[in-house]
Write a protein that binds this ligand. Structure first.
Ligand SMILES: C=CC1=C(C)c2cc3[nH]c(cc4nc(cc5[nH]c(cc1n2)c(C)c5CCC(=O)O)C(CCC(=O)O)=C4C)c(C)c3C=C
Ligand SMILES: [Fe+2]
Length: 439
């Protein structure tokens, strides 16, 4: 059987299009055919398939919304991502609580899936309908985080601000566009398809009128690979594997150290089990990059382009030995990976969990491709994490090919523990005299 076919559930009944393919070509013929035949086979379907929806057997994938932590941080990164940033319009704490409760209710529904609600047709339909009458979960996670601007006088949250949460400062190579930066509240959508993310965003926007207003959004994607292929990091738009040295999200002890704010930390108690989220929209000058010799590209990152291996290794999981290369004769001292992680005891304090997506936004006024990296990173300490690493990267050779233009610093809220709980409850309960209604 060919690679493309293996991604389907073999026990699932064949769809009409697939049955036609099997009947038309004959199962034996397909099995005998080489992998290179598949494109011809796929396009040999009846002309009906030109307008049929493409098939996927992953639309039923579902994450649990409830738990100690929000999903979308250490859960696997699917093919489609989006960050949407909002200004909060709620006028008082009561309205802020209403917003957080509505967000909780909508996210719980969207991640679970179910029938789209119906109303008397004299009213606007409650759902956009873009996923049809049955809303599939499609691996969706929606992760909510707050910006430092929410911790002002409007809601009495000032004393509750997470210790390191600041408005994102500009770094030396940045050219930040103000319409692409900051926000009171940010939602990160991750799912199998852009349509599922857009559906979720439109649902949330429709259900929060007068409570928040979109400020900016950025969509992104991750290239997919056949499920039975050995696990490899996905490639970014500069063609390199991105994520090879990411800390293991399945290692709970490690995640408690580098991602999740701990109850015994110096952060406000309400913030325990939350995480600092950094979002950076980093444009890549791909035309210039594509005219750069391979050798130079690899020197800039400190890794081989094809395999992702470090210069003293064979595979992308091999660990570079900088102690054996103090002068940078193997891996240059200013290579991206060497600056980002010196691989010594000190560097252990500055680890971050990266969750980036590639983005492509059309073209610039001068006819250049507007594409790059929607860089997202989580850490328990913003100062020790992203800010320290970025300061080490300042002035790196990669800067000739990248330009950060937007993003912000946020604090991803602790998880919603059950159906009685809501996003931000611990914050509202902890702050001010007008405590939040008990969940
Ligand atoms: C401040 C943090 C980082 C920014 C911003 C950043 C931008 C950026 N990175 C790439 C491509 C790669 N990065 C890689 C490794 C890597 N990058 C960071 C941090 C930032 N990158 C870290 C901590 C690491 C890991 C270093 C290590 O532990 O060895 C790699 C190599 C493969 C990998 O480990 O992921 C690539 C490729 C781009 C294109 C980019 C901005 C556009
Ligand atoms: Fe990087």
């Amino acid at each position: 059987m060919q690679d493309d076919e293996k991604s389907h559930d073999r026990n699932a009944p064949a769809s009409p299009a697939r049955r036609r393919l099997l009947l038309g070509a004959g199962v034996g013929a397909i099995a005998a055919a080489g992998a290179t035949m598949m494109p011809q086979d796929a396009s040999a379907l009846s002309n009906e398939s030109v307008t049929n929806a493409p098939e996927s057997d992953t639309t039923a994938q579902r994450h649990s919304f409830y738990g100690l932590h929000q999903p979308g941080i250490v859960t696997p990164r699917p093919a489609a991502g989006m960050v949407a940033s909002f200004d909060v319009l709620a006028r008082d704490r009561e309205q802020l609580e209403q917003l957080l409760r509505t967000l909780t209710e909508r996210i719980a529904f969207l991640m679970h899936g179910g029938k789209a609600p119906e109303l008397d047709p004299k009213f606007p339909p409650p759902d956009s309908g873009i996923l049809g009458p049955e809303i599939v979960p499609d691996n969706l996670t929606v992760t909510a985080a707050l910006g430092s601007s929410l911790f002002d006088d409007r809601f009495g949250l000032k004393p509750m601000k997470p210790k390191h949460l600041t408005r994102m400062q500009g770094f030396p190579n940045d050219a930040l566009e103000k319409d692409l930066c900051h926000g009171d509240l940010v939602l990160q959508f991750c799912s199998n398809t852009p349509d599922t993310n857009i559906h979720a965003l439109r649902d949330i926007v429709k259900n929060t009128p007068g409570l928040m207003l979109l400020r900016w959004k950025q969509e992104g994607s991750v290239p997919v690979q056949p499920p039975d292929k050995a696990k490899e990091s996905a490639r970014n738009f500069l063609g390199f594997r991105d994520g090879s040295a990411n800390p293991d999200p399945a290692d709970e002890t490690l995640m408690n150290r580098i991602v999740w704010v701990q109850p015994d930390s110096d952060e406000p108690a309400w913030a325990a089990q939350g995480s600092y989220q950094v979002v950076r929209i980093i444009r890549n000058f791909v035309e210039r990059w594509d005219r750069t010799p391979l050798q130079e590209q690899e020197t800039i990152f400190g890794r081989r382009k094809a395999s992702g291996a470090p210069f003293d290794g064979r595979t992308e999981t091999d660990v570079p030995d900088y102690a054996a290369d103090p002068e940078g004769k193997v891996t240059p001292l200013d290579a991206h990976i060497r600056l980002a992680n010196r691989r010594d005891a000190e560097a252990q304090k500055h680890l971050i969990l990266r969750r980036p997506f590639n983005y492509s936004n059309g073209i610039s006024k001068s006819g250049q491709l507007e594409m790059g990296l929607l860089f997202i990173a989580f850490q328990a300490d913003l100062e020790k994490g992203f800010i320290t690493v970025q300061n080490r990267l300042n002035g790196e050779p990669l800067e000739e090919y990248i330009k950060p233009v937007g993003g912000g610093f946020f604090f991803a809220l602790p998880g919603v523990k059950d159906e009685q709980d809501f996003l931000g409850r611990t914050l509202l309960e902890a702050s001010g005299p007008q405590n939040a209604r008990k969940a």
